[in-house]
Design a protein around this ligand. Structure first.
Ligand SMILES: *Cc1c(COP(=O)(O)O)cnc(C)c1O
Length: 470
């Protein structure tokens, strides 16, 4: 008797058609589906002895799990910063699986050349000079990790130590200065052996999440010439605020620091003529992190890391000693020597597809539409006496809370979370909580091409319907 695998092998075209039908079904309902589901799904408790076959697995999945997924790729999921997927990006992602290339970048396939080409397209989208090399990683967390790993290597060199070879032991304390760093920066420092506690938070400007440049200048003076790392922020999650990169560039001429910029989604300001000014001067950075599964609208998981220091990158990430990989070509090093992974998924292909399909104008439009929706929601919030907009809508996030701030603090936090839970339970729209300058709040983040003005109205109706009567 043929095994399920051999039967499937003979039946692959039909199985892919069934998969296509399921994908079409899901995407056709995602605009109208309830945004979240309370169902956790039922776990299959045992590994089937023979296997169900691919069609059997698909039917089992459809019966037990398909209805338990969220509509997070849909138009009214405003939690975290959650991008959708463009049609072209989904095509590229499917083909990535079918082609199943190892994008480690060794000989015999064009995948490394196409990844470099895609990085070049991204450089054009983000208006970055050719001195930046880049590589695909799984998300902005890893992109921050790579940038900070290079920073650590640079810093070691300043002390005459190759940290990649000899570690951090015996070196002095490494200081990282930042205004409003993302949680993933702390995580990256933990993974890098630098330590979460070595971030020194620099005061922010009043009513802003951007770093106070004079306070930063003082913090740099306090280093007394010892090299350090500055993490600049391009797009904070609560209010999409940007550090003043022109001022940071000027400080870089005065003081000895590595500048890493976390532009996970704020980097997309570069794609829009209306918002590019927010990044003026950011080209001075040593390394930059940008997520692609957020605002480029490619499927998870995808981000790009840019750096000006290929030599340091090879020092840190070389898969050295693997004789079968040969000598490293230092001008075009294989990606296996540039990122944390060795074998890698060919993440460049979905990005290549969407960039080729929609070009600069298409992706610039996605950014501007999302910002227009955030602004429209922000205006409604500002005009509603029972809500309070906590910051001007700079780009694609509206950060707001209930207006009855005079409540006892504990009551207030409970009221906000009850309100948010009621909105999310209705399932018309989905938002995530935050705390902004000590105030419990709600964020509405727009980063999906599918969202329309009608979706904003629907989300607004849900926000109004659940407002506590005061
Ligand atoms: C989302 C985000 C990250 C982390 O990105 P992941 O893709 O979740 O790894 C880092 N920085 C900022 C500013 C972000 O918005």
């Amino acid at each position: 008797m043929k095994t399920p695998l051999l039967q499937d092998a003979a039946n692959t075209p039909e199985l892919l058609q069934q998969t296509l039908a399921e994908a079409i079904r899901y995407l056709a309902q995602v605009d109208d589906a309830k945004v979240t589901t309370p169902h956790a799904g039922q776990l299959l408790t045992s590994l089937d002895a023979q296997g169900l076959g691919a069609a059997g697995a698909l039917h089992y999945f459809q019966d037990h799990y398909a209805q338990t997924l969220s509509a997070s790729p849909g138009p009214r999921y405003f939690g975290l910063v959650t991008g959708g997927s463009t049609p072209a990006a989904i095509m590229g992602d499917w083909l990535t699986a079918a082609y199943d290339q190892n994008a480690a970048g060794l000989d015999g396939t064009s995948t490394p050349a196409i990844e470099r080409e895609t990085v070049n397209l991204l450089r054009q989208l983000f208006d970055l000079p050719a001195e930046f090399s880049g590589a695909f990683v799984s998300g902005a967390t890893m992109s921050n990790f790579v940038g900070l790993a290079l920073a650590r290597q640079w810093w070691g060199r300043q002390h005459g130590v190759n940290v990649a070879a000899d570690g951090l032991i015996g070196l002095p304390k490494l200081t990282i200065l930042s205004g409003a760093p993302h949680s993933s920066v702390f995580k990256a420092l933990s993974m890098l052996g630098i330590g979460r506690n070595h971030i020194q938070l620099v005061p922010l400007m009043a009513q802003r999440e951007a770093i106070d440049i004079e306070a930063l200048r003082q913090a740099l003076r306090d280093q007394h010439g010892t090299p350090c790392i500055v993490v600049g922020n391009a797009g904070t999650v609560n209010t999409v605020d940007f550090d003043d990169f022109g001022a940071l560039a000027a400080l870089k001429h005065e003081f000895n620091f590595w500048l890493h910029i976390d532009g996970a989604f704020g980097g997309f300001a570069a794609a829009s003529p209306h918002y590019a000014y927010l990044l003026a001067g950011w080209q001075i950075a040593d390394s930059i992190a940008i997520d692609l599964h957020k605002w480029l609208n490619v499927p998870y998981d995808s981000a790009v890391q840019f750096s000006r220091h290929l030599d340091l990158q090879i020092e840190v990430f070389q898969n050295a000693g693997a004789a079968y990989m040969g000598d490293i070509d230092r001008r075009n090093p294989p990606f296996v020597h540039l990122t944390p992974e060795s074998s890698r998924r060919w993440r460049a292909l979905p990005a290549w597809f969407t960039l080729m399909a929609y070009g600069k104008a298409g992706h610039s439009n996605i950014v501007e539409q999302c910002c227009a929706h955030a602004k429209a929601l922000g205006e409604r919030i500002a005009a509603e006496p029972r809500l309070k907009l906590l910051a001007p809508v700079r780009m694609n996030v509206a950060c707001f809370t209930l207006a009855n701030l005079e409540n006892e603090a504990a009551d207030f936090a409970a009221n906000v979370s009850r309100y948010l839970a009621a909105v999310n339970a209705e399932g018309k729209a989905y938002f995530t909580p935050t705390v902004y300058k000590g105030v419990p709040a709600i964020r509405a983040a727009f980063s999906n091409w599918r969202t329309s003005a009608a979706d904003v109205v629907m989300a607004w109706q849900s926000l109004l319907a659940h407002l506590p009567r005061s």
